[in-house]
Write a protein that binds this ligand. Structure first.
Ligand SMILES: NC(=O)c1ccc[n+]([C@@H]2O[C@H](COP(=O)([O-])OP(=O)(O)OC[C@H]3O[C@@H](n4cnc5c(N)ncnc54)[C@H](O)[C@@H]3O)[C@@H](O)[C@H]2O)c1
Length: 274
């Protein structure tokens, strides 16, 4: 049976592991080729280990195993020119981009001795980095006239007061995840005339190294009050990356052809928790 995304090319940020890797594989399973990037190094304000170049190689291997072609490079979403260079090289190899997933992110919510910088890193990566993604992909999508689908990864923290404290990185996370909803609505409204759809997805805790790691477990035990409001309505602690990947396939395939400007919540009932 043909996939739902045959002959499509998807540009995905933050693909070395976690949700980004899962999205790249799932989109490839549906027939898409992948252009991707990841920073593949530690950001100083982040308390959990970040991926390296080997993780990116593993993503490449898994995408190819799923039947997709992939062009992936190390680049930072804070650097618009570097992103554009990866995009241009990917398009030259694989063709024009139909789908974009702005997924790259960090959770700098525990002090690493660079407290103020944590705010800036959160905003630079998850707000400016998302805008960069849109800036990279939309001019050619408009020029081509064949429409497109763009998905931005927000969070339950972009729909509620979810957060462990008012530490600068935590405030930055919350601000960025709310802020991308505004960017999404603006672009959805302006790009609809070109049949380009733009939506956000809002996961609750996902079982990736960002949220499920020893450092955070230790923090949660030592700061039980901070995590009191955590937990979902449905009886599950963490959802899986594939739950978000499937939501992205829904939004990007024909199934979502008239869905734009929406905030798609995939949160195991976090927002309706009694
Ligand atoms: N894990 C969760 O509980 C959860 C919940 C809601 C939303 N999110 C969001 O989902 C997205 C994916 O996170 P994840 O759970 O897969 O975490 P993850 O840490 O496993 O993956 C994030 C990826 O983004 C990359 N990245 C970070 N900064 C980058 C930069 N400046 N340039 C390029 N790549 C960069 C990382 O290297 C990493 O590979 C993030 O935007 C995150 O905020 C996560």
């Amino acid at each position: 049976m043909p996939g739902q995304l045959e002959n499509k090319v998807a540009f995905v940020t933050g693909i070395a592991r976690g949700q980004g890797r899962s999205h790249a594989i799932r989109l490839a399973e549906e027939g898409a080729d992948i252009i991707g990037l990841d920073i593949c190094r530690q950001v100083d304000t982040v308390f959990y280990p970040m991926p390296d170049a080997q993780d990116l190689e593993e993503t490449k291997r898994l995408v190819e195993k799923a039947g997709g072609r992939i062009h992936a490079e190390i680049a930072d979403v804070r650097d618009l020119d570097a992103m554009k260079a990866v995009y241009d090289a990917g398009v030259a190899e694989l063709g024009d981009v139909d789908i974009a997933v702005a997924n790259a992110g960090i959770m700098p919510i525990i002090d690493q001795g660079v407290e103020r910088q944590a705010w800036h890193d959160a905003i630079d990566i998850m707000l400016t980095g998302v805008w960069h993604t849109l800036e990279v992909v939309t001019p050619r999508m408009i020029e081509r006239g064949e429409g497109g689908s763009i998905v931005v990864t927000s969070s339950s923290a972009g729909q509620s007061s979810l957060g462990v404290n008012t530490f600068p990185g935590s405030a930055g996370y919350s601000a960025a995840k709310h802020g991308v909803v505004g960017i999404m609505r603006l672009y959805a409204s302006r790009l609809a005339q070109h049949s380009i759809r733009v939506n956000t997805v809002h996961p609750t805790g996902v079982d990736t190294p960002m949220a499920h790691n020893d450092e955070f477990t230790r923090f949660a035990i030592a700061n039980a009050d901070s995590v009191k409001g955590f937990g979902n309505a449905l009886p599950v602690d963490y959802i899986e990356s594939i739950d978000i990947s499937n939501a992205i396939v829904y939004l990007c395939a024909d199934s979502g052809r008239y869905v734009t400007g929406t905030t798609l919540t995939v949160d195991a009932g976090y927002l309706v928790k009694p």
